[in-house]
Design a protein around this ligand. Sequence first.
Ligand code: IPM
Ligand code: MN
Length: 357
Amino acid sequence: MKKSCKILALPGDGIGPEIMESALEVLKAVEKKYNVNFEIKEGLIGGAAIDETGNPLPEETLKLAKESDAVLLAAVGGEKWDNLPTDKRPEKGLLRIRKELDLFANLRPGKAYDALLDASPLKESLIKGVDLLVIRELTGGIYFGEPRGIEERNGEKVGFNTMVYSEHEVERIARLAFNVARNRRKKVTSVDKANVLEVSGLWREVVNKVWADYQDVELEHMYVDNAAMQLVRRPKDFDVIVTGNLFGDIISDEAGALTGSLGMLPSASLGEKYALYEPVHGSAPDIAGKGIANPVAMVLSAAMMLEHSCKLPEAARDIEKAVEKALNDGYRTGDIWQPGTKKVNTKEMTQAIIERL
Ligand code: IPM
Ligand code: MN
């Protein structure tokens, strides 16, 4: 019998539908080459879901997600919904699906492609060879902590959020980080703000405890402000970076920009039972509908899905190699274009990748 993998595709908003189309075409090519079968269903999330149902994460979408082997998500959000209260915004759909599926670990690789060294804001000597992985805790921290809100105190409005981590939340993400590091260069940098925040003090304590089981892996602790600086000064020194939700959000954008463009960066969000794959970048409303978005982050997210959820690691490697070949052959979308390379649109970039598969 043909191997099969059940996938829920969530195109979402902005450039989402355009880049999702690219990923689905690449998956079609993989189906033929590997004689596998992808059962793909489509669902609503974000602004698109708000427009149809009034809810950024309809029950139907959540149900379909739970029936799938993996969720492939493009992007959510856009100006049209920017004036809604935080609780009703497209982003809430994304935050809720992460939480409902208990996707506590977000893996965001930052890899410097030789063909794109010129696109990095850093000098070539600093960026060449960078290969790091941000592991961001995704279902806790200040994103979800209670109490939260805006209320009236002493005649003025006060806004507040709470950064909370419990031992088990830190333990499971730390364990995952050490396990992943074992298959890489065996170094973990844990990023926190332990000189100021109690929650970071506990984070450090738990990470140290877990480390006892991983003495073959090197561990260093770094304050988040210092980490932000070291990332631009000596990015090659990082292997696995493990950190909380908010710090990880910030650091992963920084790590992304270092390697050229956010348009290149995929991510995997993993839990015990479910998994979701999405680009690190957002819905890019400014270029939505123009057909010029970079599909690479989306296509590489599909590759991560094939590896982690569909158990097709060779197909994942093939896609990564095809992307690299397309770059080496000079194909560039606008965000990574440099004089002397071929400027292509979303569809052409997708074709260039598929031809090299
Ligand atoms: C990301 C995004 C989201 C986040 C937003 C859209 C809610 O910035 O995936 O990094 O902050 O997690
Ligand atoms: Mn972000």
